[in-house]
Design a protein around this ligand. Structure first.
Ligand code: SAM
Length: 334
């Protein structure tokens, strides 16, 4: 077998938490290069439904599908629609869901996808290759809106200064290339240069915004709650604190651990019966050896829980709301 172009992160820990069993049905909601899917199928005589919203993974998925003897099927789309994928496979529920969030090495490494501030490419960043791009956001949003995106999704301290500089530069000529944006940010950033590239946070913020990553995550966790059978397992690997906070808050609430009470917050009892029990009290992190070998693993956090037999909670899909609406950019685009 040829070496996968993306090294799967915390694979042993994922398998240990997911515990694939013979005859089970598992959803790999972030198929990527199929590293998790292959390992899950290697672990037990089970079936896997792979989902990815990046159309470029289709070839890899279809190769695996033809070699799988009916044990693997691929669906192109967002993982928030995983219930439809389970229904289309003729099943009433899944025994496990795994989500490995963020972008793959293939997406980062291909300059033409526009995710990297280290290589020149179009300012794109769309995982699904459709909808508004990062260039649309950078060239069309108001300075205040850009500053909010950089502040909320990038936790960038100099959000306003960068947003103002973007608006000034784009008045002369649209900003359409990754390096043009990265250089602009480096020029206006105050203070001494640090080890971290000054454009890191703004690029993260634009990527999260353009792909509605946090909205997808919230809806995806709720979809997993509905798709999982009792005793089914949910395993999520996240790569930055915004994602991990959402996963942690979701699991704490669904496990009935929210509202334990403090001096400042009186005790509140969960409104619904717990739909999960926690497998990981604290997030697991990669071993020193893995972090040494694979820099991507250094920021990984794994959280896992087991589905109870309680009904799924009503959807709330709550995400930070001060942010501009992506659909507005779609209107400007057409
Ligand atoms: C970190 S990679 C997954 C790598 C995979 N576990 C492997 O071992 O090869 C993340 C993948 O998830 C996809 N993705 C991210 N968010 C998604 C979403 N909301 N719905 C579907 N796919 C998503 C990305 O396109 C990317 O291919």
């Amino acid at each position: 077998m040829s070496r996968a172009p993306h090294t799967p992160v915390m694979l042993d820990e994922v398998l240990h938490a997911l515990l694939p069993r013979d005859g089970g049905l598992y959803i790999d909601g972030t198929f990527g290069a199929g590293g998790y899917t292959r390992a899950i199928m290697g672990e037990a005589g089970c079936r896997v439904l792979g989902i990815d919203r990046d159309p470029t993974v289709r070839d890899c998925a279809h190769l695996l599908q033809s070699a799988s003897g009916g044990r693997f099927a691929f669906a192109f789309g967002p993982f928030s629609l995983m219930e439809d994928v389970v229904a289309a496979a003729g099943s009433s529920g899944a025994d496990g869901v795994v989500l490995d969030l963020g972008v793959s090495s293939m997406q980062i490494d291909e300059a033409e996808r526009g995710f990297s501030f280290q290589q020149d490419g179009p300012l794109d960043m769309r995982m699904a290759r459709s909808g508004p791009s990062a260039a649309d956001a950078v060239n069309r949003l108001e300075a205040d809106e850009l500053a909010t995106i950089f502040h909320v999704y990038g936790e960038e301290r100099h959000a306003r200064r960068i947003a103002r500089a973007i608006v000034e530069v784009r008045a002369a000529e649209p900003i359409t290339r990754t390096l043009a944006l990265a250089e602009l940010i480096a020029r206006v950033m105050p203070g001494k240069p640090t080890r971290i590239h000054p454009a890191t946070r703004v690029f993260q913020a634009l990527r999260i915004f353009v792909n509605d990553e946090l909205g997808e995550l919230t809806r995806g966790l709720e979809a997993a709650e509905r798709a999982l059978r009792p005793a089914g397992r949910l395993v999520v690997v996240s790569f930055h604190s915004l994602e991990d906070r959402i996963v942690k808050a979701f699991l704490r609430a669904r496990c009935g651990l929210e509202g334990a009470g403090s001096r400042h917050q009186p005790e509140q009892f969960p409104a619904h019966e717990p739909s999960f029990t926690l497998l990981t009290r604290k997030a697991l992190t990669a071993s020193d050896a893995e972090a040494q070998d694979n820099p991507r693993a250094r920021s990984a956090k794994l959280r896992a829980a087991v589905r109870t037999s309680a009904p799924a909670w009503p959807r709330d899909g709550a995400v930070p709301s001060r942010l501009p609406d992506l659909s507005r950019l779609m209107e400007v685009r057409s």
